[in-house]
Design a protein around this ligand. Structure first.
Ligand SMILES: [Ca+2]
Ligand SMILES: [Ca+2]
Ligand SMILES: [Ca+2]
Ligand SMILES: [Ca+2]
Length: 306
């Protein structure tokens, strides 16, 4: 900013005038000689500077720099897929979001009355919180938010993981009917008494990018492990990758809940230090499959977060 403007700040009246570009006070310098004109133009500068939102995330540069610690030139400072403005303002849609920590939101529905127990939720939350990944605020871990939504949904018996003719009998039917957080970057998880792929009784869960279904068990560890496994598929860890949904590696060789030899006992994904060498936690934090945040065109998801 020029010396002229710096001087004018002192003389400013504080009266904002809309629609005048900040540069005008400087660029038409010849006309800015009168103290009256100068004072008005300077007030415009200050006001507009306070409102500038360089990255279009719904938060003014000044607020990002001075209050939040987020990047004024980056829409999604922590890279978790939720714009800074959405994390700060949409507290109803994204409860407890932190613009400087990786958040993952999951809508949890149940075809029967049973839900994930508090112990299972705690176990999953703690597993993500312990993830060996770093955040812009200097912390480590991921905050996974399991948002309970509908319970007691009527299912036609078995819920299939593949699309199937007829209503309410595959996971996509439930998502299309009961997914309340659509367009807000949520994953969708459905609990059901009986989950099947194509009529095979031994199926207890399934996961595809963005969506998962599983049967809850009485034992916390088993349900939490199954949740982590199917949710791993929901974020994009898939059966075409070495060791996933296979028994060819011991849990020492491939230390992941995605390893069938670790399913039901293991909880976490691999950190890449085993012999398979795939850093699944970094993938989950940075490169996972992400459901669309299509409501956030203005950065704040205003259409759903009010
Ligand atoms: Ca901004
Ligand atoms: Ca920003
Ligand atoms: Ca974010
Ligand atoms: Ca965040």
């Amino acid at each position: 900013m020029s010396v002229l403007v710096a001087l004018l700040v002192v003389a400013g009246t504080g009266l904002p005038v809309a629609g005048v570009a900040p540069q005008s006070a400087v660029s038409d310098g010849g006309g800015a000689g009168s103290p009256e004109h100068a004072a008005t133009s300077t007030a415009v500068n200050d006001t507009e500077r306070e409102m500038v939102d360089s990255d279009g995330d719904g938060l003014a540069d000044e607020v990002e720099l001075e209050d939040l610690g987020t990047a004024p030139n980056r829409t999604d400072t922590d890279g978790d897929g939720y714009p800074d403005g959405m994390e700060v303002r949409c507290t109803g849609m994204l409860p407890d979001a932190d613009p400087l920590r990786t958040d993952i939101y999951v809508e949890v529905d149940a075809a029967g009355p049973e839900m994930l127990s508090d112990d299972v939720r705690r176990s999953v939350r703690e597993t993500f919180a312990d993830a060996p990944v770093s955040n812009p605020d200097g912390s480590t871990g991921i905050d996974v938010h399991l948002v309970t939504n509908d319970t007691g949904l009527d299912a036609n018996g078995t819920v299939y993981s593949k699309p199937r003719d007829g209503p309410r009998n595959d996971i996509y039917d439930f998502r299309s009917t009961h997914f309340d957080h659509r367009d807000a970057g949520y994953y969708y998880v459905l609990l059901a008494d009986d989950v099947a792929y194509a009529g095979d009784d031994y199926y207890v869960g399934a996961g595809r990018p963005g969506i998962a279904a599983l049967e809850p068990f009485d034992a916390t560890r088993i349900t939490a492990s199954l949740f982590m496994h199917e949710f791993g598929h929901a974020v994009g860890l898939n059966a075409h990758q070495d060791g996933i949904d296979e028994r060819r590696y011991s849990t020492d060789e491939y230390d992941s809940v995605m390893n069938y030899n670790g399913l039901y006992t293991q909880l976490t994904y691999s950190d890449g230090t085993d012999s398979v060498g795939r850093d699944e936690w970094t993938y989950v934090a940075e490169d996972r499959y992400r459901p669309a945040v299509s409501c956030a065109a203005n950065g704040t998801c205003a259409s759903v977060c009010a």
